[in-house]
Ligand binder design. Structure first.
Ligand SMILES: NC(=O)c1ccc[n+]([C@@H]2O[C@H](COP(=O)([O-])OP(=O)(O)OC[C@H]3O[C@@H](n4cnc5c(N)ncnc54)[C@H](OP(=O)(O)O)[C@@H]3O)[C@@H](O)[C@H]2O)c1
Length: 314
């Protein structure tokens, strides 16, 4: 590991730098790029916590320590890169870490620094439903983040994933755990919100193709979603059926979820945030007309495969 920019390998001009390269999607983007023979810098504040998929990945990627909120550290991390991916997340605001600072100001700073450093491609991971006019602080910041990145880095590509799932996610695994555990399953509202869950590996492959210039479209926004739209109720039922769990689904008003989430944000052991509740209030499906996985030559896998993996993991 290195955290001194003068030791970074500037000689290689085919480096892709992945901010958030140790995260849920970020570490998979790193793996996919390495699979393509591309040199990668995985950037995060705590590179030692990296859970890259294989030992081979750990050997061949550079683990860089930098904070997206610190302009001097991002300049050093970006120097010499051909492409930069921003896969940094912030799900709960804490102190100076606000949605505005991370998803808008820092995203703009990273895009600006990348442009000034002569980076050729910039990929910003956002989310389906991002909207600069939303009343939700989180969703509004995501939408504004897209706008400022496009202004700072002409030609930047925005990737908006649907909810991403995997055997190590925080979504399907939580549903699987609860349907097995509880005789009564509390739905978000009536459970009518429409979702299009996507396998995180499929999105990581899409991002790696965009970052490495392996795409034939010149579209600037991609929405990456799974093969099927479910209501939340249908999704929980599907997981329960596949796991042969008998649970009764009961509606719980969103107001109650918001109160629970506000309390849960002070309890690190409980994984529920207000922005998750906000996101569950509105449909989260790919917009027709925008390109997605198919246009990048990727056939998305269904959640059945993920639930099967969850059911068979130790
Ligand atoms: N997960 C989903 O289902 C989903 C769906 C749609 C969109 N997205 C979007 O996809 C992106 C990635 O999400 P994720 O779920 O993969 O997040 P994650 O697992 O929480 O990973 C976040 C990554 O960002 C790094 N990071 C956080 N703050 C940082 C900072 N100040 N400076 C540098 N690095 C920082 C983290 O490492 P350190 O903490 O060590 O710095 C980690 O590597 C986000 O924009 C998210 O909104 C996610």
């Amino acid at each position: 590991m290195t955290n001194q920019h003068d030791r970074y390998d500037l000689a290689d001009e085919n480096i892709v730098t992945v901010f958030g390269g140790t995260g849920f999607i970020g570490r998979r983007i790193v793996s996919r790029l390495l699979d393509k023979g591309i040199d990668v810098r995985a950037v995060s504040r705590h590179p030692r916590k990296n859970k890259l998929h294989s030992r081979a990945d750990q050997r061949s990627s550079q683990q860089i320590e930098a904070d997206i909120l610190d302009p001097s550290s991002i300049a050093a991390a970006v120097a010499g890169s051909r492409a930069v991916v921003n896969a940094v997340s912030l799900y709960v605001e804490r102190g100076e870490e606000t949605f505005e600072r991370v998803h808008v100001e820092a995203a703009a700073a990273l895009a600006t620094v990348s442009r000034d450093a002569g980076v050729e491609r910039f990929v910003q991971i956002s989310g389906i439903g991002s909207d600069p006019r939303s009343r939700s602080n989180y969703i509004r910041a995501r939408g504004r983040g897209e706008d400022v990145v496009k202004a700072a880095f002409p030609g930047a590509v925005i990737v908006r994933p649907a909810v991403m799932v995997a055997p190590d996610d925080a979504f399907i695994t939580a549903i699987a755990r609860l349907v097995r555990l509880l005789p009564i399953y509390p739905l978000f509202g009536e459970g009518n919100t429409r979702l299009q869950p996507v396998y995180v590996e499929d999105v990581a492959e899409a991002v790696s193709r965009l970052a490495s210039g392996q795409n034939s479209t010149d579209a600037s926004t991609f929405e990456c979603a799974g093969p099927r739209v479910y209501s939340y109720r249908e999704l929980v039922r599907e997981v329960a059926n596949q796991l042969k769990a008998r649970t009764r689904l009961v509606p719980v008003p969103f107001m109650l979820w918001s109160i629970l989430a506000t309390a849960a944000e002070f309890l690190p052991a409980v994984s529920l945030t207000r922005n998750q509740v906000d996101l569950m209030r509105r449909d989260n499906v790919a917009a027709s007309g925008l390109p997605g996985l198919a246009e990048l030559g990727i056939q998305p896998r269904g959640i059945e495969e993920i639930v099967h993996m969850i059911a068979h993991q130790a």
